[in-house]
Design a protein around this ligand. Sequence first.
Ligand SMILES: [Zn+2]
Length: 81
Amino acid sequence: MAPILPFRESKNTEPTVTADLGDRALCPGCHTADPTITMTAVTAGALWTCTRCAQRWDADKLAAVAGYAAWVASPAGAVYA
Ligand SMILES: [Zn+2]
């Protein structure tokens, strides 16, 4: 299993974009929307680096995070939550 790197500590106090999120790519780590890329583009294969926490994301990573979040929320994952 690949090592899981911790999210870099944020140096910002406020997200750069908080309104009009629309289809903007949203970092699962720090919940910052990136104004330069959309989820449509990510789904189509784009890669982006979060401007706040510097994590790199693509559709596969987002799917893995979503799957993990669903597992944690499930009865099986609740044992470890
Ligand atoms: Zn981030």
